[in-house]
Design a binder for this molecule. Structure first.
Ligand code: ADP
Ligand code: MG
Length: 246
């Protein structure tokens, strides 16, 4: 998928190995200050990036733009060679198959069991049942839920539910994993487990973008940290830390 996407899908020059490119992106919802204001951001394949910043600073808007749930008011976004300003509607599902997504509120099918929640993501992309039966136990083992495949979602702890959501996000082998405050509803131990799993996934080659408020984890993990404030990036640091305001 990555090979040669530069020339085919975009007329502009995107540096080799860059999977996310935002050039002067502004997103306004209505009148008033834009949610994102002239943001430029470049992410290379295999990076692990934390996005931090106060509530309302534009982090979720950025994630929604990357998913092509929103389109920018101004500026250009390219993800995995897809120019998201120009992508045709009928190509969006195919584009999104390259992305795994995790949210703060898990968004699982509560009346189904663990296996069915994860298998569902494979059925959508028409994976043969034979393969699903092989893949689901393997990904559940990766997220330390091997014994729980028959459990109903509402019988699981928050940490377990988020690991199911992570398994579902990963089962189709995404190139990029996006997580919007994945530990926002979890206690410190479960937060660490989720972050460590995402680090492991990153070490296996997946590009990982994590929006978080978890200062302690950001400061301990020594990853790239992009700090947003009122719709702009005010800091972008390798092995960064959570900036103390005021
Ligand atoms: P964060 O995720 O950092 O808390 P958001 O991206 O959700 O920030 O929001 C950025 C700004 O955009 C906020 O001022 C918020 O109120 C506004 N906003 C977000 N979504 C919408 C929407 N659907 N309609 C109008 N304004 C919105
Ligand atoms: Mg948000």
């Amino acid at each position: 998928m990555e090979k040669g996407f530069r020339k085919k899908k975009s007329g502009r020059q995107i540096p080799e190995g860059e999977v996310i490119t935002l050039e002067h992106v502004t997103k306004s919802y209505s009148s008033g200050a834009p949610a994102l204001n002239d943001v430029s951001l470049h992410v290379k394949k295999g990076e692990f990036v934390f996005i931090v910043g106060d509530s309302g600073s534009g982090k979720s808007t950025l994630i929604k733009l990357l998913l092509r749930e929103l389109v920018p008011t101004n500026g250009e976004i390219t993800v995995l060679g897809y120019n998201l300003n120009k992508i045709k509607h009928n190509k969006i599902p195919k584009f999104r198959r390259n992305l795994g997504i995790v949210f703060q509120d898990f968004r699982l099918l509560k009346d189904r069991n663990v296996y069915e929640n994860v298998a569902f993501a494979q059925r959508i992309v028409q994976t043969p049942t034979r393969e699903i039966k092989r893949n689901v136990p393997s990904i559940l083992a990766t997220v330390n839920l091997a014994g729980k495949y028959k459990s109903k979602i509402n019988q699981l702890s928050g940490g377990e539910q988020q690991r199911v959501a992570l398994a579902r996000a990963l089962i189709n082998k995404p190139t990029i994993l996006l997580a919007d405050e994945p530990t926002g509803n979890l206690d410190p131990n479960n937060s660490w487990e989720i972050m460590k799993l995402m680090e492991k996934i990153n070490e296996n080659g997946t590009t990982v973008i994590v929006v978080t408020h978890n200062r302690e984890i950001v400061n301990a993990m020594k990853k790239r940290v992009v700090t947003m404030k009122k719709g702009v990036i005010i800091e972008d640091e390798e092995e960064g830390t959570y900036i103390d305001e005021d």
